[in-house]
Design a protein around this ligand. Structure first.
Ligand code: FAD
Ligand code: 2HG
Ligand code: ZN
Length: 487
């Protein structure tokens, strides 16, 4: 079953040791039709389900299942487990580590039809929903009721809340509202053998035994299928302002970060950076006008503030900007409030659309890393130097600097082994030396699972494998993802 490994741009996973499973039969498909009904079983036009967002990997699945209910998920998993048939759970398929597509021909279980919002408590801000709802839909829903989702991603129009939990997605509000490990109150999970694990608490405080829900947050579809979620939503502040400023050096950028944290702390919800090469990916590749009238600068900072008292917030912002300009820490900039929603969204989009812009170059070598701030940007220059004689088109750095999370990206027209070998394992060794993380927020999926040891000790990896064996002894859930090969 695992004989053919197809990667569009390179054979990056051929060394992975894999387990053999039996092949899918017509009988299996007919059983699935009995359980789910004909309209929820797809065997044709599966290309988009088999291809990841970055177009780096193509699976060969011949079957996509679209359950409507938890009971159906449970019945499907019981059958697959009994028959030792492997599967991959897919939500919005926006994974940037090829976690949501089959490694080979695993059955795809799409969660997109489980899209009921179950309840929302307007006093507490607790949202209870099925896991297949699009993040933007949830954001709009809670906005209308005076709240916001505790996280925000560029992929919000496509990603689903279950996928967000499964990857423990970070994003643009992390600096203010923290991790999903804090805001998720409960989950309902179908285990690999079909049993239901009901951990749907709506309580913020609950110290009764091990907090098992945490195991499923960030488990990348390897331990269970998340079918329901309860999550604490923060109150929506009445006014938001986004600012984009030009900065001459990374040292200046750190000074700006410190100043804004100190002076605007009660308002700050987002603090992001991008370099000129990242900005160019949006401006040139996506054909956008430059946000600062073409005045290019080595770095840009995009930060957002929110408050109920707009006047006071904007007055404080104007003062801080003036002080930063007096100290020549910022050379140019602009800000706009959400009263002018179109301009507000547009200004945010220069940061949110970088991943999309980079993809226009062809192939993206994507590294989502944590590094201490004192060496945060150094690696971008190191990489520029290492790759200068290769066919690399672009080396850039951007990301959630407020969370010490750098998105280091390189591009070329097509996948190039020479470029890849200059990046890895050098980069992983560099990260380990600085005690960073090889995956800050995107997870490990298929692309990074073999490098887990650069960020976790052998004892921890061994314990992770024990947990996987305990919960999924037949290794049918998302095999070959997240963990190094299990024998
Ligand atoms: P998928 O991609 O479908 O799945 C992701 C993983 O979760 C897979 O391993 C899958 O098997 C598993 N999974 C999915 N659903 C379930 C479920 N119900 N139960 C169990 N397992 C499941 N990430 C960030 O952290 N921060 C960002 O700022 C950010 N920005 C992004 C911007 C863009 C343009 C894109 C394309 C991606 C971005 N991402 C970001 C990547 C991020 O991981 C995803 O956007 C998102 O969290 C994945 O959700 P999804 O619904 O697409 O899940
Ligand atoms: C972001 O923050 C996403 O924009 C994507 O996490 C990062 O493109 C990337 O590497
Ligand atoms: Zn990110």
């Amino acid at each position: 079953m695992w004989s053919a490994i197809t990667a569009k741009y390179g054979r990056q996973w051929t060394s992975t040791v894999v387990k053999r499973y039996r092949s899918l039969t017509a009988y299996d498909i007919s059983r699935m039709r009995d359980l789910l009904g004909d309209t929820n079983v797809k065997t044709d036009d599966l290309d988009s389900f088999n291809t990841d967002w970055l177009h780096t990997h193509k699976g060969r699945s011949q079957l996509v299942l679209e359950p409507n209910t938890t009971r159906q998920v449970s019945q499907v998993m019981a059958y697959l487990n009994d028959q030792s048939l492997p599967c991959v759970i897919q939500s919005g398929n926006t994974s940037l580590v090829a976690g949501s597509v089959p490694f080979d021909d695993e059955i795809i279980i799409s969660m997109a039809k489980m899209r009921q919002i179950i309840s929302f408590d307007e006093t507490s801000g607790i949202l209870v929903t099925e896991s297949g709802v699009v993040l933007q839909t949830l954001e709009d829903y809670v906005n209308e009721r005076g709240y916001i989702m505790p996280y925000d991603l560029g992929a919000k129009g496509s990603c689903l809340i279950g996928g967000n939990l499964a990857t423990n997605a970070g994003g643009l509000r992390f600096i203010r509202y923290g991790s999903l490990h804090g805001s998720v109150l409960g989950v309902e999970v179908v285990l690999p053998d079909g049993r239901l694990l009901d951990l749907m608490s709506c309580m913020r405080k609950d110290n009764t035994g091990y907090d098992l829900k945490q195991l499923f947050i960030g488990s990348e579809g390897t331990l269970g299928v998340i079918t329901k979620v309860s999550i604490q939503c923060p109150l929506k502040l009445r006014h938001q302002t986004v600012a984009l400023v030009a900065v001459n050096s990374f040292d200046d950028l750190l000074k700006i970060y410190h100043k804004i944290r100190c002076d605007l702390t009660e308002y700050l919800t987002t603090f992001e950076m991008m370099d000129d090469i990242a900005m160019d990916a949006v401006v040139t590749n996506l054909k956008q006008t430059h946000p600062l009238n073409g005045n290019s600068s080595p770095f840009y900072v995009m930060f957002k503030l929110a408050a109920n008292d707009c006047e006071h917030m904007e007055k404080r912002l104007a003062q801080v900007i003036e002080q930063l300009m007096d100290k020549q820490l910022i050379s140019d900039g602009t800000y706009v409030s959400d009263d002018n929603l179109q301009r507000f969204q547009k200004l945010k989009s220069y940061r949110e659309r970088i991943a999309e812009g980079l993809l226009v170059d062809g192939y993206s070598y994507k590294y989502d890393i944590s590094l201490p701030l004192n060496v945060f940007y150094e690696i971008v220059n190191v990489m520029k130097d290492r790759l200068k004689t290769t066919k690399c088109l672009r080396v850039c750095g951007y990301g959630h600097i407020g969370d010490s999370n750098l998105h280091l990206n390189m591009t070329s027209k097509v996948f190039d082994t020479d470029i890849k070998s200059q990046i890895e394992p050098f980069l992983y060794e560099y990260i380990a030396k600085h005690k960073g993380s090889i995956s800050a927020e995107h997870g490990l999926g298929l692309m990074k699972n073999r490098y887990l040891s650069y960020s976790k000790p052998a004892e921890a990896i061994s314990m992770m494998k024990d947990i996987k064996r305990l919960i999924d002894p037949k290794n049918i859930l998302n095999p070959n993802k997240m963990l190094p090969p299990i024998n």
